[in-house]
Design a protein around this ligand. Structure first.
Ligand code: DAH
Length: 352
């Protein structure tokens, strides 16, 4: 930095020499290629302690013609300051431009999709079932999950010593109430609250003391209930066929097998033709060609009586199915617990 014409040993430079120094300083400042170089040249010329300007200013009192020297020094000082300022602004512009080009957006790149949410498989199945039954003239009724014994069992004609009341299956509360073990109590609540004709489905959570690959202590059921004058087994079968061939493949076959429930008479288990092998037999249906899908029956006259309805006048059917099983079937989910583990990959699988 210290070029020719340096004021060594305190010799006072002439105004012409100061003029030449100004040119020298301007050239050095203009040549500063980056922030660090600019800072070095600034310290050299305008540094507060040992800068050249400071040194030269100290010589003013010793100049032969102080006025002339002073004016020449002031010109030098202004030129150095102006040059520093100009170069500073240029460097700042260059820095901004460099940053802008680094961050330049490639508008031709495809956009990044934000992850989309989706409804839970059980919610999807329920929405589909509700849609089907609304089309058949049903409405949706709900009941409490913490239930009284009489709604969950007694009024549904469960004898006092029925094994389902056993603490093995039912989760009792200390106050004698229980977590409902099925959605059937909503049948009773509906029959007590409304007059026939009644057509409702009752979805909700149910609880049992049961936990393995196929059973979760909390799961979901939908109850169906139709009570009016002159309802027959034919109505039950027709309704279930209409329902199941919409929920599953349209060529699905439906079969009723005799069974027993305390609250229906007669009672049946309902099977559909296996959705995987279409009835020829495969490991999923244990070679039978059928899959058990729900329980159903004609509402037991005693249940109607318990709800102050005359069984000679009214009859009806009811059914109950597990939503979780249907969802597992539909999306090939082998373990019921994966429905309740909040693993986002399950939703991705359902979304497809
Ligand atoms: N509540 C029965 C269960 O949880 C299912 C059921 C069977 C419901 C037959 C009904 C029915 O309404 O008629 O296993």
């Amino acid at each position: 930095m210290s070029g020719a014409g340096t004021t060594s040993g305190g010799a006072v430079p002439t105004p012409e020499e100061l003029e030449r120094l100004a040119g020298e300083a301007e050239a050095a400042i203009a040549a500063a290629g980056d922030r660090a170089a600019w800072e070095a040249v600034r310290v050299h010329w305008a540094g507060a302690r040992q800068g050249r300007l400071r040194e030269l200013q100290a010589l003013i009192p010793r100049a032969a013609d102080r006025k002339m020297f002073g004016q020449a020094f002031n010109r030098l000082k202004s030129r150095v300051e102006a040059a520093l300022e100009a170069r500073d602004a240029e460097l700042a512009r260059a820095e901004i431009a460099a940053r802008a080009s680094e961050a330049r957006v490639d508008v031709t790149l495809p956009g990044r999709r934000p992850p989309t949410g989706s409804l839970h498989p059980v919610t999807l199945v329920l929405a589909e079932i509700e849609e089907i039954f609304r089309g058949l003239g049903y409405s949706v009724a709900e009941g409490p999950e913490v239930e009284e014994d009489r709604f969950n069992f007694g009024l549904l004609n469960f004898p006092d010593d029925h094994p389902a009341r056993d603490a093995q299956d039912t989760l009792f509360l200390e106050d004698g109430r229980l977590l409902r073990t099925h959605t059937s109590p909503v049948q009773v609540r509906t029959l007590l609250a409304r007059r026939p004709p009644i057509r409702v489905i009752c979805p909700g959570r149910v609880y049992r003391n049961d936990n393995d690959l196929r059973h979760s202590p909390m799961f979901h059921q939908v109850e169906g209930l139709c009570v009016a004058e002159g309802i027959t087994v034919g109505d039950l079968k027709g309704t279930l066929e209409a329902f199941l061939t919409r929920l599953f493949a349209s060529d699905t076959k439906v079969r009723l097998r005799p069974s027993y429930f305390p609250f229906t008479e007669p009672s049946c288990e309902v099977d559909i033709s296996c959705q995987l092998c279409h009835g020829t037999g495969c490991p999923t249906c244990s070679g039978t060609g059928w899959m058990e899908i729900l329980g159903a029956g004609m509402v037991d006259p005693r249940v109607l009586e318990n709800c102050d309805l005359d069984p000679d006048r009214y009859s009806g059917f009811a059914f109950g199915l597990g939503l979780d099983r249907v969802a597992m079937n539909k999306w090939g989910i082998p373990n019921i617990r994966s429905l309740f583990e909040s693993d986002e990959r399950l939703l991705r699988q359902v979304r497809g």
